[in-house]
Design a protein around this ligand. Structure first.
Ligand SMILES: Cc1ncc(COP(=O)(O)O)c(C=O)c1O
Length: 342
């Protein structure tokens, strides 16, 4: 049976031209900063995000952790959305390694707002933990932050001497969906991570971007965490290829996600908010059916999806073609509500 991999954009495999670029990469020892391909990728990432410098890190989690470690730290709190990746998946590393306590705030559609954040910032008093950072995830659940919201959050942070970190794992999806350049989105954060290994289709790695002073410290923390890599130009070459060839095509993934959402909407059993499908993620419910059970039903048809909280999730990406989407839409249309009950 054919399978349709809609669990995550992390399942993407490097295309042949990307593999060739990896094979051809010039390499050196990056811990000595002598890998020309890593240096090239870091310069490219800094330029794209409009930051002074960038650092190639093993994963999005490592990029976020380094920022939490440097700009958060012991006895500090960081304000984040309750649905954010750092709150759900990185809490233990934030607490035990960075020593910081993420505070989860629940606001509609995953989007934090300055007026909600302001009362959560603790006064500077000897017996209270210091609020040191605001973390925004963009996109979050596939939804893009309006630039005006980011501006207000950043202005609040500066007024209260906090730093802003953007988990921009999918910032390129946000840029393509909104037509706003990545550097303009990143302007409202002091530090930004973005992932090469999700929708951009590279096999490994993320970029952590910020001021020269921050990246200097980040390089030491990366080494301390065991993230100093040697001939990592082989991996960086995939990232460079992705940034040159796989950004504009994200628009196709967004169209595919909308088509899936529409197909769900056309059934008698699914609930989905079409307006919230802004990029490559579709979150939906199957009426009265537990999400994990509904996932099993889709799996019988070869349609692989995951749960996110109480919902189901489809994620579109480079390895899911237009034809695949036609076929999945036909499968969705063919499923009878009774199948979820059996
Ligand atoms: C929004 C977001 N941030 C961070 C990460 C962590 O990235 P990684 O798996 O590379 O550590 C993910 C991974 O799925 C993510 O979705």
């Amino acid at each position: 049976m054919k399978t349709y991999e809609l669990r995550s954009d992390t399942f993407t495999k490097p295309v042949p031209a990307m593999r060739q670029a990896m094979a051809d990469a010039l390499v050196g020892d990056d811990v000595y900063r002598e890998d020309p391909t890593v240096n090239q990728l870091e310069e490219l990432a800094a330029n794209l995000t409009g930051k002074e410098q960038a650092l190639f890190v093993t994963s999005g989690s490592m990029g976020n952790l380094i920022s939490l470690f440097i700009n958060g730290g012991r006895m500090a709190e960081v304000l984040a959305h309750a649905k954010s990746h750092i709150f759900h998946h990185e809490l233990a590393s934030a607490a035990t390694i960075a020593g910081v306590l993420p505070i989860g705030i629940d606001t509609p559609r995953g989007l934090l707002k300055a007026q909600v954040l302001e009362p959560m910032i603790k006064p500077v008093v000897y017996d209270l933990a210091r609020t040191k950072m605001i973390e925004v995830e963009n996109t979050i659940g596939g939804i893009c932050y309006p630039l005006s919201t980011l501006k207000e959050i950043y202005a609040l942070a500066k007024r209260r001497s906090l730093s802003v970190h953007m988990d921009g794992a999918r910032i390129f999806n946000a840029s393509i969906a909104t037509g706003v350049q990545v550097s303009e989105i990143a302007r409202y954060a002091d530090t930004v991570t973005f992932c090469l290994s999700k929708g951009l289709g590279a096999p490994v790695g993320s970029m952590l971007c910020g001021s020269a002073e921050f990246i200097d410290k980040a390089r030491s923390v990366r080494k301390m965490l065991g993230g100093g890599m040697r001939q990592s130009g082989i991996l960086a070459a995939a990232g460079i290829y992705a940034l040159h060839h796989h950004v504009q095509r994200l628009a196709d993934d967004h169209v595919h996600a909308k088509r899936l959402a529409q197909a769900l909407l056309d059934t008698s059993w699914a609930r989905v908010c079409l307006d919230d499908v802004e990029t490559n993620i579709v979150l939906f419910d199957v009426d009265g059916v537990e999400a994990s059970r509904a996932c099993e039903v889709f799996k019988r048809y070869g349609v692989l999806c995951t749960t996110e909280g109480t919902q189901l999730r489809f994620v579109t990406h480079i390895d899911v073609s237009n034809t695949d989407i036609d076929e999945v839409c036909a499968i969705i249309a063919s499923i009878d509500k009774k199948e979820f009950d059996s």
